[in-house]
Ligand binder design. Structure first.
Ligand code: NAP
Length: 248
């Protein structure tokens, strides 16, 4: 029988990995269920939380999962701890698929924020037009700096009651090309970009656009994560999975 793999996903890399191994392995994909209109997945997919680390451990045992791959967004803060705990308790090998963080290049003007909550202070008191590419969660944190015009790009609609007086919502799903990003930044006269350091290729064109247009970037550093076996490429994850035995 084929090795049974659970991929904790929600990223393009998770979807591509699932597609690639589906012909040989018994793959299930799990999504948090926060995106109302997810892209159709090509493998059996479940949606919603497991009920913490214990719930995930129970699922791993009950479904006789042979290998667990954590391919969630680099800023998903809780799931890495849950996955590490659940994999240890259910004795299931765990791999994280995580792109390396972006590094600034010559010509970049980056300011590193230790967390999203630290960004408003770094934007300064002068009113700016700020492109927020950090998702629709935690937007209320920008209420403490209401002098800026926030242009928010997100997949889903924004909550109606956000306490931001000067807000433009743009609904788009990546990937974005360099032309897309330059057009957007010029159209709204963006003079600050806020990005999480996801390191994901599908959304890195904004950094090149900011460099070319001379726009300073506030780069939010990644949250802490427990130590675990990590690879950065889909190919390396496939190799690792091929080495995991089936117990069925
Ligand atoms: P989180 O803090 O790590 O997770 C919160 C809870 O959501 C987890 O405890 C778990 O619930 C559930 N969950 C998360 N990922 C799941 C998955 N793949 N399958 C099933 N349940 C999952 O993460 P978050 O920041 O709330 O993000 C939620 C999802 O959105 C993640 O899948 C992530 O990849 C995606 N996402 C996050 C960001 C971001 O910046 N945080 C950006 C883009 C996409 P239980 O404890 O009940 O199991």
């Amino acid at each position: 029988m084929a090795t049974r793999v659970l991929i904790l996903g929600g990223t393009a890399q998770a979807r591509l990995l699932a597609q690639q191994i589906a012909p040989q392995l018994d793959v299930r994909l799990s999504l948090a269920g926060v995106t109302q209109t997810p892209i159709n997945q090509s493998v059996p997919t479940r949606r919603g939380g497991f009920g913490g680390a214990q719930g995930l451990a129970r699922y791993l045992r009950e479904q006789a999962i042979d290998a667990l791959v954590l391919a969630i967004h680099p800023f998903a803060a809780r799931m890495p701890f849950n996955a590490a705990q659940a994999a240890a308790s259910a004795n299931v090998p765990l791999l994280r698929l995580l792109p390396p963080p972006w590094q600034s290049q010559p010509g970049d003007a980056w300011h590193i924020a230790p967390s999203l909550e630290a960004v408003p202070a770094l934007l300064g008191s002068t009113p700016r037009t700020v492109l927020l590419t950090t998702g629709r969660q935690q937007l209320a944190t920008f209420a403490q700096a209401p002098q800026h015009h926030y242009v928010v790009r997100s997949i889903e609609a924004l909550p109606a009651d956000l306490p931001l007086p000067n807000l433009t919502s743009i609904r788009r799903r990546g990937p974005f090309s360099l032309d897309d990003e330059i057009t957007l930044m010029e159209a709204y006269a963006i003079d600050r970009l806020v990005s999480k350091n996801s390191g994901m290729d599908s959304v890195n064109a904004k950094l090149t656009a900011a460099r070319e247009l001379g726009i300073p970037v506030i780069m939010v550093a990644r949250p802490p994560s427990p130590p675990m076996m990590t690879v950065s490429s889909i190919e390396a994850a496939v190799d690792w999975l091929r080495g995991q035995p089936s117990h069925h």
